[in-house]
Design a protein around this ligand. Structure first.
Ligand SMILES: Nc1nc2c(ncn2[C@@H]2O[C@H](COP(=O)(O)OP(=O)(O)O)[C@@H](O)[C@H]2O)c(=O)[nH]1
Ligand SMILES: [Mg+2]
Length: 442
């Protein structure tokens, strides 16, 4: 079996992670005590990808590790109704706090717990037959998800030979955070992706808030509401890893199809139907409506407008019973209508997969992951906020007192600028263009 080990880092990462486990455990009929309570072979067939079957206790245990520099978020998961599902020794926390500073997560406090985290991860790998990679959930605006996240990425690349890794990353938003250092923390995290053969799912709370308020009419959304939207996306992406399906049946294929260039690995995602889990009745959407909605900028879970850039590649997972011919037709029609939004030098750039098993409480859904140059809107905001503070060396002493050098900021900002340039060049390229921009391939 090609197993996946899931790692949660920091408060946001742990909270998102626990919602993900709640969602997929329900889908696979795994009870909160880890017992299989279903009666369908489809649910069992690939269960081992995410759960270890422990015959001694006749239960299934998630292949996962929770890490945080402070105990709060981990204690909350342990005390929740799901707490007993997980392996107790895979909850690892320090006693301090990252104080919203990347350097604490990467250099000082993070260094104190990283060996324990790696130890748990290593033991999880030993329990796999032939693991295929990692998935990590975290936010990069605070200090733990960003700093300890960077350290984790570096260490797993070193210890496990650059495995395939997919990150579910909550980027900072301008309007929904009170943390002034978030742009620094995000900018310092981003170069870390060079250590990984990875795909980063870019999410942000601003977009999730807007979805809750405008589409779902929740006046004051909580993190739980936002996290269920994320959990739907994560369940959508992973359904073809967890259930028998036709395409993208493993993490490597998924990442390979999406990643056109090694450094341009930041993907956006959208979902249909957007839903609020406590509401039960959802109108069933047909294939055309699902496709229309996932291409709608209002369904994108990051506050950028896909129309501001061009699509390189995309993967759409459809869930529920629907004819594949209808799916192909609907996708072709959208492509014909908006052909200028796709780069013309990647033929057949969109892949679709069909999984018969729908999410809970609805009969059909679609999740769209796309590699689009519009993600640079997000990078530009981080770059401009971080640069304007860095020009005056504002708040730098907080990082320097943890042992950091100014040079690391200069390098991180220059890396960010390089990525923006690369996306722009590829976005503007055409199939017939002479190859006079050779320097970008060097
Ligand atoms: N979507 C979502 N965002 C969160 C959650 N918890 C915290 N955040 C956001 O994530 C960012 C980092 O915060 P936090 O996770 O507490 O920092 P860390 O523990 O140092 O990584 C902040 O911008 C928070 O607004 C959560 O459960 N869901
Ligand atoms: Mg924290």
């Amino acid at each position: 079996m090609r197993e996946i080990v899931k790692i949660q880092i920091g408060r946001c990462g742990n909270q998102i992670g626990s919602n993900f486990w709640e969602t997929i455990s329900e889908e696979h009929s795994i009870s909160k005590e880890g017992r299989y309570e279903g009666n369908s072979d489809l649910k069992l067939e690939k269960l081992n990808v995410y759960y270890e079957e422990c015959s001694t206790y006749s239960r299934y245990i998630p292949r996962t590790v929770f890490a945080d520099l402070e105990p709060g978020s981990i204690e909350a998961v342990q005390a929740s109704s799901l707490g007993r599902l997980f392996r107790p020794e895979n909850f690892i926390s320090g006693q301090g706090s990252a104080g919203n500073i990347w350097a604490k997560g990467f250099y000082t406090d993070g260094a104190e717990i990283i060996e324990n985290v790696l130890d748990s991860v290593r033991k999880e790998i030993e329990r796999c037959d032939s693991y295929q990679g990692f998935q990590i959930s975290h936010a990069i605006g605070g200090g733990t998800g960003s700093g300890l996240g960077s350290l984790m990425c570096e260490k797993i690349s070193e210890h496990f030979c650059q495995p395939i890794t997919q990150l579910f990353t909550v980027f900072p938003s301008t309007n929904t955070s009170d943390n002034i250092l978030q742009a620094y923390n995000a900018a310092l995290f981003l170069p870390t992706s060079r250590f990984l053969h990875s795909a980063v799912q870019v999410l942000d709370n601003e977009a999730l808030f807007n979805i809750c308020q405008r589409t779902l009419h929740i006046n004051s959304p909580t993190y739980r509401d936002l996290n269920y939207l994320i959990a739907d996306v994560m369940a959508g992406i992973t359904c073809s890893f967890r259930f028998p399906s036709q395409l993208n049946s493993d993490l490597r294929k998924f990442v390979t199809n999406l990643q056109v260039f090694p450094r341009l690995l930041f993907h956006l995602c959208s979902y249909a139907p957007l839903r609020f889990l406590s509401t039960h009745n959802y109108q069933s959407l047909d294939v055309n409506e699902l496709v229309k909605q996932v291409f709608d900028p209002r369904n994108v879970m990051c506050n950028v407008d896909p129309r501001s850039g061009r699509y390189f590649t995309g993967a759409i997972s459809f869930r529920g019973i629907m004819p594949s011919s209808e799916v192909e037709e609907a996708l072709q029609e959208t492509r014909n209508q908006h052909s200028s939004r796709y780069v013309d030098w990647i033929p057949d750039s969109f892949k679709s997969s069909l999984c018969d098993i729908p999410p809970k409480k609805i009969d059909r859904a679609a999740c769209f992951i796309f590699n689009s140059s519009s993600v640079i809107e997000k990078f530009r905001k981080i770059e401009s906020q971080a640069s304007s503070m860095f020009r005056r060396r504002a708040f730098l002493h907080w990082y320097q007192s943890e042992g950091m050098d100014e040079m690391e900021f200069t390098e991180a900002l220059s890396d960010l600028n390089d990525r923006i340039t690369e996306y722009t060049i590829h976005q503007e390229a055409t199939a017939l263009q002479n190859d006079d921009d050779d320097e970008i391939y060097e």
